[in-house]
Design a binder for this molecule. Structure first.
Ligand SMILES: O=C(O)C(=O)[C@@H](O)CO
Ligand SMILES: [Mg+2]
Length: 251
């Protein structure tokens, strides 16, 4: 059975960030992720994670703008220097927090030049951080207009092309359903590349309960595929976070 993590950027927002670690542990999560942790000193976040006894699972490359600004530069021609600067910053945070994965965000771009720059930047990153685990995540363009990586097959092809042991796929079931309408079929095609999973109900991006995704079937499929990484709850709770955690196994 995979382990469950709480995305502290979206869950437990009733509390200040440092208090969300303990709240997640109390609720039954053994790991946490933060999309953009850069506003708080890494040592303070690390202390909160250690005190709560939760593992830091993932963070994103900057910029730290959750409110609609740019979402990374890895696929943007002409922004290679900015990408490398941001990547090193993410690496420092990941090392300080002992974070398992760094999600390398592609940013807004399109076309062959963007694909080439994305591959080139990822090749640089996997060599820059050979001991870090890097992920790329297809994100639907309705929620994130213009985002370069919005195709699971493209992500799998790029991972295969780069062929680095420290680069894998971040499979967000919500985006998979929104992009393909077939989360199970998509999983079946790309499962060997997956090294991190995120979940949210579709439609709505709320708790993973009901909706278009058959959640018991999804969890069974992920489990039987041999995936042993984390499954992270990355959704907007309908109400109070705690009140919506009935879906979490082993509570
Ligand atoms: O939007 C998502 O889904 C994510 O996982 C984020 O990392 C993107 O900011
Ligand atoms: Mg996601």
């Amino acid at each position: 059975m995979p382990r469950f993590a709480a995305n502290l950027t979206m869950l437990f927002t009733e509390l200040p960030m440092q208090d969300r670690f303990a709240a997640a542990a109390h609720a039954g999560f053994t790991g946490v992720e933060i999309l953009f942790p850069y506003d708080i000193a890494a040592k303070d976040l690390s202390r909160a994670a250690t005190a709560a006894g939760v593992e830091m699972v993932l963070l994103n490359t900057p910029p730290p703008n959750w409110a609609g600004g740019p979402r990374g530069f890895a696929a943007e021609p002409g922004r290679e220097e900015r990408f490398r600067h941001d990547f090193d910053r993410a690496l420092r945070f990941a090392q300080a927090l002992r974070a398992r994965h760094i999600h390398v965000m592609a940013g807004r771009a399109e076309g062959d030049a963007a694909r080439a720059v994305f591959v080139e930047n990822l090749r640089w990153a996997v060599q820059r951080a050979p001991h870090a685990s890097l992920t790329i995540e297809p994100i639907n363009r309705i929620d994130m207009p213009g985002y370069f990586l919005a195709d699971f097959d493209l992500a799998a092809a790029i991972i295969e092309e780069i062929g680095a042991p420290n680069l894998g796929l971040q499979f967000d079931a919500y985006h998979a359903q929104r992009i393909t309408g077939d989360v199970a079929g998509t999983w079946a095609r790309v499962a060997p590349h997956v090294r991190h999973v995120q979940i949210a109900g579709y439609p709505g991006r709320h708790e993973p309960v009901g909706g278009e995704i058959d959640w018991p079937a999804f969890f069974a499929m992920v489990d039987s595929s041999g995936y042993r990484g984390w499954i992270s709850a990355e959704y907007n709770p309908e109400g109070h976070t705690e009140a919506g955690l009935g879906w979490l196994p082993r509570r």
